[in-house]
Design a protein around this ligand. Structure first.
Ligand code: UT7
Length: 338
């Protein structure tokens, strides 16, 4: 018989060591969106809470935004690229399927050959990627993992489609997951409801588009009301499962950072959880729109920058969207890059 498999015998504590974001330069107002869709600033604000969002320009590619946010997260964490063992990128808008965006980010940040994967879980992507990163560090497979959520939703939504164009925006946010002195990231709860998988979808698929000359190009299509109902009815229960699994109640949390889907969805979930008024709730959607997999790290940054929350606060993260997929965990808020 050969040697036994050398497994880590003790789980390690993990933490968010640092946060960095990239917000595209160009601010796009509701007025500008309404030049191409039949809508009004008043309708958009009252139905979604969105006042403006940012659209990335030609030099602000998914890759460039991921690198920028990742670099800032490394700085905030005081970690070098060499120390990063794995890069995980959550995105559904990286424009090529091969190679993974993560491999190029790993190279650019000087990791010297880190493991690299992209995760496509729609707007739930960041919490999925964070759960994977956490378990890699907790079990001893890695000491430092870079997690990036990044999207260019403006590329994927038809400019004249009034059911989606006003809601989405672009940007990137990144965290470094590493070892902690105490528990800084709780267990992940995740799942999906494929029966409702078509409620947010790309249509047509790219092969269909490429082989059929009359086919119009693929865009994201959303059955908004179905998704709204699912999120409003189900996500409060998922938040409770996250707290139960973490051994906490709503009285133990300082901040609630849900995916910035729609300000009304956030309100309904907070109410269904009986969230105490003392809990700070992210409202980054007003200036940022819904940035899909980038929204949670961007929302964390907004809370830290404006003083609504501070490093070390206990925050409940809850991500949900296409799939329909969801994921959540409790974390201690990280430090922000200067
Ligand atoms: O991030 C991934 C997950 N995504 C989400 O969580 C998004 C979830 N869905 C939503 O946030 C909401 O469904 C939207 C904000 C997208 C839409 O709000 P809604 O309250 O569900 O609107 P609706 O589609 O039910 O439409 C209500 C009315 C309709 O008119 P009638 O039939 O009542 O006369 C629509 O024709 O509003 C009309 N409408 C609009 N009016 C002005 C629909 N879109 C627009 C628009 N501007 N852009």
């Amino acid at each position: 018989m050969g040697a036994a498999i050398a497994n880590t015998t003790e789980l390690r504590h993990t933490a968010l060591l640092g946060l960095g974001v990239y917000r595209p330069e160009r601010i796009v107002t509701n007025e500008e969106i309404c030049q191409q869709i039949d809508s009004t600033d008043e309708w958009i604000q009252s139905r979604s809470g969105i006042k403006s969002r940012r659209f990335a320009g030609p030099h602000e590619s998914v890759l460039a935004m991921a690198i920028s946010a990742g670099r800032k997260a490394l700085e905030a964490a005081g970690v070098t690229g060499q120390q990063i063992g794995t890069v995980i990128i959550a995105t559904s808008t990286y424009p090529v399927q091969t190679p993974a965006c993560a491999a190029l980010v790993a190279e650019e940040l000087g990791t010297g050959g880190a493991g690299a994967i992209d995760v496509a879980a729609g707007c739930a992507g960041f919490s999925y990627a964070l759960g994977l990163a956490n378990d890699l560090v907790r079990t001893g497979s890695e000491d430092h993992v870079l997690v990036v959520g990044v999207e260019r939703m403006s590329d994927s939504t038809e400019p004249t489609d009034r059911s989606v164009r006003f809601i989405f925006g672009d940007g990137a946010g990144a965290v470094v997951v590493g070892r902690g002195d105490e528990a800084g990231i709780g267990p992940t709860v995740w799942g999906s409801d494929g029966a409702q998988g078509r409620a947010i979808r790309q249509e047509p698929d790219w092969v269909d588009f490429a082989t059929n000359p009359t086919q119009k190009r693929p865009w994201i299509i959303m059955e908004g009301t179905s998704v709204f109902r699912w999120a409003a009815f189900e996500m409060g229960k998922i938040a409770q499962r996250v707290l139960d699994k973490t051994g906490m109640t709503v009285d133990d949390i300082d901040a609630f950072v849900p995916h910035q889907a729609n300000a009304r969805i956030t309100e309904v979930i907070a109410r269904s959880m009986n969230l105490p008024e003392t809990v700070a709730v992210s409202g980054d959607i007003a200036e940022t729109g819904n940035t899909s997999a980038a929204s949670i790290p961007l929302a964390m940054e907004e809370m830290l920058r404006t003083g609504k929350s501070k490093p070390g606060d206990t925050a409940l993260l809850l991500a949900f969207g296409a799939g329909l997929a969801y994921a959540g965990q409790v974390v201690k808020m990280p430090v922000l890059a200067d």
